[in-house]
Design a binder for this molecule. Structure first.
Ligand code: UTP
Length: 297
């Protein structure tokens, strides 16, 4: 049986240029869907999957992230004084056990592969998960948990996979499949951001991974790939070349690309509608807008 996955890397060192000027001072991962920052959704998903150690790869200007996971004694004291136990409970989700969280800096944004490599000493010689907080996945069973369960049967390395329209494939890492077993596919090769019309399939890699420590060894070679960046996809593809098994997992759930403005807004609406206390107001407002647009046509 494969070793249990207890460590997760959260690469949060990107520049977040698509959200400038906000990301000049606010880390993208602190931006909120309703009232919870993106990073909270990622942490909750990791916890549900049995992750015990949380490794953040950060960069300059991400201090708000560290504060977010710290205790806030003054605030907590105030809430306690006012008997606001519900709010105190909400805050509990943001506290991490001592020693469970580690921060490491990526000094230059050289790519996702490089960010993951920066955490190599903290990962050591065991399988690990990678979660990209800007891919938010709404699912009955959290996506990483689905993957951890599948991984317990397969071992090897595993990436979350999702069908995308062919014209969008060149924005993703794309899988070439050697065997399709339904939820699970065996990967024959993978290519990061294929040129339009050259993608080997429409099965794209989404930001959840369970990786063999050997991927970190592959990253030692620091080859730059698509966009001149050190790509995680390339280091995983090397596994296949070395006869190691790599799987794609078609997760169930709805994925929002919160790294893009449109995806972030869609997620905001969807997560808002999922909240009982907001649903009626929000859906009435959406209906009004749609009706106004129709009337204007
Ligand atoms: P993105 O490709 O979305 O880049 O990174 P970005 O910098 O965050 O955003 P844009 O494109 O400029 O708007 C995907 C994930 O990989 C991390 C990011 O923080 C994000 O979680 N990343 C990317 C790093 O940690 N380091 C890098 O060098 C590149």
């Amino acid at each position: 049986m494969p070793k249990k996955v207890t460590k997760a890397i959260f690469p949060v060192a990107g520049l977040g240029t698509r959200f400038l000027p906000a990301t000049k001072s606010v880390p993208k991962e602190i931006m909120t869907l309703v009232d919870r920052p993106l990073i909270q959704y990622a942490i909750d998903e990791a916890r549900a999957a049995g992750i015990k150690e949380f490794i953040f790869v950060t960069s300059r200007g991400k201090g708000a992230l560290e504060d977010y996971f710290d205790h806030a004694p003054q605030l907590e004291q105030e809430l306690r004084k006012k008997g606001k136990t519900e709010l105190l409970d909400i805050l509990k989700d943001t506290n991490m056990d001592s020693g469970a969280i580690a921060y490491i800096r990526q000094h230059k944004a050289l790519g996702l592969g490089h960010a993951v490599w920066c955490a190599r000493r903290l990962v050591g010689d065991e399988p690990f998960a990678v979660i990209l907080p800007d891919d938010v996945i709404a699912a009955e069973k959290p996506c990483l948990q689905q993957m951890v369960e599948a991984y317990a049967e397969t071992g090897g390395s595993m990436v979350a996979a999702m069908e995308v329209p062919p014209e969008k494939a060149s924005s993703y890492g794309v899988l070439e499949v050697s065997e399709d077993m339904g939820d699970l596919v065996k990967v024959k090769s993978m290519v990061e951001k294929p040129a339009p019309g050259t993608a080997p399939s429409n099965l794209a890699v989404i930001g959840r991974y369970i990786l063999s420590p050997n991927v970190l060894t592959n990253l030692n070679r620091m080859k730059s790939g698509a966009g001149g960046e050190i790509q995680l996809t390339d280091a995983i593809a090397e596994e296949i070349a070395q006869d190691q098994a790599v799987y794609g997992y078609r997760f169930s759930g709805q994925r929002f690309d919160c790294g893009s403005k449109s995806g972030f807004l869609q997620a905001t609406v969807s997560f808002g509608l999922a909240r009982e206390e907001l649903r009626d107001d929000l859906s009435a407002y959406i209906r009004d807008i749609v009706n106004m647009e129709k009337a204007a046509e």
